[in-house]
Design a binder for this molecule. Structure first.
Ligand code: PLP
Length: 381
């Protein structure tokens, strides 16, 4: 049975050109980038070349790129590291953040910080009015994601950053889902810090970055040999970093084509969904071009995802980034969606290698599976 991958917001396949760039670093003797000999210098040069590629892809300077092992680490570093130099005031995170933002914010409560959530509207957008009134209380940090991993909904980060700065707060954005899918520019977003991750853009797992305004004081999570200017100790994962750099360069070159291609697939898909009595979330506002998040009345998302898997289609229910997938999506609950409807949510996220034929075949299978599962539910009732 053909297997089709429609879960690109969870992770992506390694690009073959990226693999080529990585292989020598796995096959041959390579040095520790901190070593003074030729092997070490060669590795250091490779890391610095990747740093320039990453910086270029997101409108930053090389000196602003701090490599980490994953987006989760970069988000924890941003929240905990930035707060440790700030007064113990409130930390505002949007109600739809990934747990690797909300959990460190909650963890900082033990040190006197107060974690509060910023509400979103029915479309999944941060309500600027609510944020404005929350910012009247002393605030140390605001963290709002650029694009949501489930709905794909994009936030007005530059505007939010301006509000945060005016209130004297630091501003961080989790741009893990935005890199390669949207034009991304750290300077234009006006934030103090921004997270990006390699495995979401056809790079390898094991590399990510926090892009950081150098004027911001930040406390490292890891102390040790002083790598990454003392901000992230630990021997650099040279192969993964090289791959991240190569993936960034490819993603920048292909971004326009990617957006047009995946949006055409998404439009085709959602037109097909029109005939199926489903509810699509976030479709009234600007979304990532590749993402469709919908719910079928009366069918559990988990059940539909497993049925589609048996038919050879990989899609996600709720947040695939969360290990606890039986709970209804916190993103949909924050948007005011009823828990029963939220439990039926399924996410399809297209990639550059998907085709219109795959979408057409998928729609036919989806239609059959929905009918079959509805009949089963009716028999059971
Ligand atoms: N932030 C968002 C929005 C994500 O979708 C993910 C995905 O898992 C992460 C952070 C975590 O990134 P990583 O998998 O690199 O730890």
């Amino acid at each position: 049975m053909a297997s089709v991958y429609f879960d690109h917001n969870a992770t992506t396949a390694l690009d073959s050109n990226v693999l080529e760039a990585i292989l020598p670093w796995l096959r041959e003797q390579s040095g520790n980038p901190t070593s003074r000999h030729a092997y070490g210098r060669h590795s250091r040069d490779a890391v610095e070349h990747a740093r320039a590629q990453v910086a270029e892809a997101c409108g930053a300077y090389s000196s602003q790129v701090i490599f980490t092992s994953c987006g989760t680490e970069a988000n924890n570093f941003a929240v905990k590291g930035m707060l440790s130099h700030r007064p113990a005031a409130q930390v505002l995170t949007s109600a739809i953040e990934h747990p690797c933002i909300t959990r460190p914010a909650l963890a900082m409560q033990s040190q006197g910080y107060i974690s509060r959530q910023i509400a979103v509207d029915a479309n999944g957008k941060v309500t600027l009015e609510a944020l404005k009134s929350q910012l009247t209380a002393p605030t140390s940090l605001v963290s709002v994601m650029l694009a949501n991993n489930e709905t794909g909904v994009i936030q007005e980060i530059a505007e939010i950053a301006e509000m945060a700065r005016t209130a004297g707060a630091f501003m961080h954005t989790d741009a893990v889902q935005g890199l390669a899918k949207l034009p991304l520019n750290f300077t234009d977003l006006n934030v103090h810090a921004m997270t990006i991750s390699s495995h979401k853009i056809h790079g390898p797992q094991g590399a990510a970055a926090l892009i950081l305004d150098k004027r911001v004081d930040i406390q490292p999570l890891l102390h040790g040999g002083g790598q990454e200017k003392g901000l992230r100790s630990g021997t650099e994962n040279v192969a993964a970093i090289v791959g991240f750099g190569a993936a960034c360069e490819l993603a920048t070159a292909n971004q326009k084509h990617y957006a047009v291609h995946t949006q055409a697939l998404r439009d085709q898909f959602e037109q097909g969904l029109n005939t199926l009595k489903v509810r699509v979330f976030g479709s009234n506002v600007t979304r990532l071009p590749n993402t469709s998040f919908f719910s079928v009345d009366g069918i559990e998302g988990e059940t539909l995802v497993m049925a589609l898997d048996r038919q050879g289609y990989a899609v996600a229910s709720g947040s695939a980034c969360s290990s606890d997938s039986t709970e209804p999506s916190h993103v949909l609950l924050a948007m005011g969606v009823h828990a029963d409807v939220a439990r039926g949510a399924v996410r399809v996220s297209f990639g550059a290698n998907n085709t219109a034929a795959q979408v057409a075949d998928f729609l036919a299978i989806l239609r059959n599976e929905i009918l079959r599962l509805k009949q089963l539910t009716a028999i059971a009732a």
